[in-house]
Design a protein around this ligand. Sequence first.
Ligand code: NI
Length: 160
Amino acid sequence: MVYDIVFEPEKMLHLPSAPVLPEEITSRNMQKFIKDMIETMYVKNGVGLAAVQVGKPIQLFTLIKTYNDLNEHEDLALFNPTWKKLSIHKQTDEEGCLSVPKMYGLKKRYSKILVSGLDKYGKKIEFIAEDFFARIIQHEVDHLNGHLYVEGATKLHQVE
Ligand code: NI
């Protein structure tokens, strides 16, 4: 099932999403929701998607396998994610967001981070992410904290 995307300026995009219990993750409903998030992400041409962007404000994001440096054969689903910076400097690159259609802007992100969370089985995982993989994760965790990349972005511009 493909969900509709929640667009800016919807209020829920600016509120923190709720943490998920490990035992909820393994439920049939949640497993189906992960599949539907991934399907939606591909149909809408996103590289990552936060659950709040499909109207469900829980601490979950998905990320396409192309950029999943952890396991390039699998789309990543991460619950209750947090990260810590491992690099001092930030890199600037262009970002967009399915919830802010046809806009792009430059955003500074840490190039190396330590990520923690629960995987799709509800198991605790921790890993290092770098470069574009790290960028997507920072973008999606921002969503789960009620923030959009456009906050603090520069050279925001519209494309057709
Ligand atoms: Ni986004």
